[in-house]
Design a protein around this ligand. Structure first.
Ligand SMILES: Cc1cc2nc3c(=O)[nH]c(=O)nc-3n(C[C@H](O)[C@H](O)[C@H](O)COP(=O)(O)OP(=O)(O)OC[C@H]3O[C@@H](n4cnc5c(N)ncnc54)[C@H](O)[C@@H]3O)c2cc1C
Length: 344
């Protein structure tokens, strides 16, 4: 029988964030089929009490924790050593973890140290007839594959947004302490954090809506002129009122490198598509973007898609969008912002 370990780390405020709670839901479902519901949770961080209490009623058979000041900041050496120690202490054959930046970086290396295997970007876990299989997308989300593996431990990094987050009462839980290895050498010192101001952060993975800006916003309009400052104002006004996440086409973010007028708040991190991101949002609104395949492949996980384009023959019209408004996005977004402002 498998021994299942869920690995999680608290955030800076000491609590478990949504990706960890989603991985918990996935773990519970797999454990219900494979191990009569038995699973262990391994916590690692500078303090783990609040996180342990947060999931006290989740039904874990055991909680293991490494609470160590050296884990306050993500660092390969300490994170990998902590994850390895927790896996060994649990005797885990299957390790499930949220695909956070912190775990994505270390768990493949940890699986190597333990003689196991790791799979990243897992979107679904299934257990039938005592055998575990996982689903992940390949070739930029064009192919869906289902994998099984004989090697153990098998580490599975579960992509955020694929499972409902566990919801339950907080309580009081005591975790069994596990220590970092005494011989651990730390050579990297974290001296501080630099982050953009909260309102400069336009990529919001938890937003209900993805708003995509395409190169059309910077092109000559019906009057023969470009209107980039107006475009900036309309887009930022919409984002401010809706807290939508901002995506871009590749053409728009590339224009900056070519010396053309661009929207100052966009970077390549906003790019959606084959060579960009594939975010998960319930809804998406594309504006001034042609909807070509290398772009729309990044919309794979957007449930309801709408687009605004002056060209009725654009890519969105060819089965890529649920609704296409053949209209001037400048006029539509000005009206939308006006209506949003009137709503308060
Ligand atoms: C290997 C490869 C990888 C690629 N990867 C990506 C990727 O990851 N992401 C990506 O986005 N692209 C990618 N591309 C590029 C992609 O093929 C397109 O060139 C790009 O997406 C086009 O961007 P766009 O639609 O914003 O611009 P354009 O093609 O210039 O389209 C602008 C659109 O704006 C519309 N428009 C103009 N004014 C208005 C208005 N007032 N109101 C409404 N609509 C208006 C026009 O009708 C037009 O449809 C890739 C290409 C290759 C070859």
């Amino acid at each position: 029988m498998e021994t299942i370990l869920l690995l999680v780390h608290p955030e800076a405020d000491g609590t478990l964030a949504r990706p960890a709670l989603e991985a918990l839901t996935a773990t519970q479902a797999v454990a219900a089929s494979l191990t009569d519901g038995r699973y262990t949770v391994g916590l690692l961080g500078s303090g783990t009490d609040a996180a342990a209490n947060q999931i006290a009623s989740a039904g874990a058979a055991k909680l293991l924790a490494i609470a160590d000041e050296r884990l306050a900041q993500a660092r390969y050496a300490t994170d990998a050593a902590a994850a390895e120690a927790l896996c060994r202490a649990a005797g885990a054959t299957v390790v499930i973890a949220p695909a956070t930046a912190r775990f994505n970086r270390v768990l493949p290396g940890v699986s190597h140290r333990l003689g196991g295997r790791a799979d990243t970007h897992v979107s679904q876990l299934e257990a039938a007839d005592g055998a575990l299989s996982v689903t992940r997308w390949l070739y930029r989300q064009r192919l869906r594959s289902r994998l099984t593996r004989a090697q153990r431990p098998w580490m599975l990094l579960v992509d955020p947004g694929c499972h409902p987050a566990w919801q339950g009462e907080a309580g009081s839980a005591t975790a069994e302490p596990v220590a970092l290895p005494a011989e651990l050498v730390v050579r990297t010192e974290v001296t501080g954090m630099k982050a953009p101001a909260a309102d400069a952060q336009t990529i919001r993975p938890d937003a209900g809506l993805l708003f995509v800006a395409g190169a059309g916003w910077t092109k000559k309009q019906a009057d023969g002129q470009t209107h980039v400052p107006d475009a900036e104002q309309l887009i930022l006004g919409f984002l401010k009122q809706t807290r939508a996440s901002l995506g871009s086409s590749k053409s728009l973010v590339d224009l900056g490198g070519e010396g053309q007028a661009v929207l100052s708040f966009l970077t390549h991190l906003n790019q959606i598509g084959q060579t960009g991101a594939t975010p998960r949002h319930p809804k998406g609104l594309s504006t001034c973007c042609h909807g070509e395949e290398p772009h729309t492949v990044g919309w794979r996980f957007i449930t309801e898609r709408r687009a605004i384009n002056t060209d009725g023959n654009c890519g969105w019209a060819r089965g890529k969008a649920d609704v296409l408004y053949i209209a001037d996005a400048f006029a539509v977004m000005a009206k939308v912002n006006e209506l949003l402002a009137a709503q308060g």
